[in-house]
Design a protein around this ligand. Sequence first.
Ligand code: NAD
Length: 273
Amino acid sequence: MTISKTITLANGVEMPRIGYGVFRMKEHEVAFNGVIEALNAGYRAIDTAAIYQNEEAVGEAIKASGVERSELFITTKVWNADQGFDNTLRAFETSLKKLNLEYIDLYLTHWPKPTLAETYKAIERLYEEKLIRVPGVSNHHQHHLEEVFAVANVKPMVNQVECHPSLAQHDLRAFCAQHNIAVTAWAPLGTGIVFTHPIVKGLAEKYSKTPAQIVLRWHLEVGNIAIPKSVTPQRVKENLEVFDFALAVDEVAAISALNTFHRTGADPDNFDF
Ligand code: NAD
């Protein structure tokens, strides 16, 4: 299957299917250099969050790169402690200043707290005011999305959730597809746990690709957006080189069947932060 480098979201906005994640890159120099590396390699989407404490470094790297703002797709997220309507608007202002940007492409509720509805209403307000191009959420199960739908004039257009072959999220992805919500996979490589599986290794040999590239291609084939993180230049580059081959339908199914409901992170129904 031929897959384009961007996906068209519910409102017509184009979002790159592979973005660069910057979690655990708190040190200014690491985040700055990582983003420069990624932009030079051809990435146009960067995924940050207020809690990653690197929005300034990301903003500086964007400016230093010389890449046109209109070519970029920048995602950030409101942290749990800043949820609620007014707090979210304030948190957004802070993120915008730190990133030194005039608008954000995609703004997300980071985790579903009991205040998720008010938080989403603030995100919707930012969308109406054209301060963000796309409203979205993260770590929302189906029942969280239904809570949002109950108050939303405009449904979220992206749900960013943990997703990889060991947590393939078949049901949630089907529900999101029904509602025209694109799914972004965080921890798309599943922190490497399937790299040694014979199916993934075999496909890597067959296509002369790395196991990471096979897993990222699987994401594309099932319709996901993926935001792999690396600070190793060779890996940053290889994670984007997944548009020049395709997996067969049965190969996609074989990887999908590796699902064991194994989470590397917290369950959105049971977290304490
Ligand atoms: P990931 O799947 O991107 O895995 C990262 C790990 O894989 C790193 O240890 C890296 O060294 C390794 N790796 C990267 N490329 C590789 C390659 N080509 N070959 C071998 N190993 C490779 O997981 P992640 O960093 O947890 O998630 C990616 C991004 O998702 C984050 O940076 C962040 O932007 C986002 N995220 C969002 C949430 C959320 O709650 N919304 C939570 C976690 C992460």
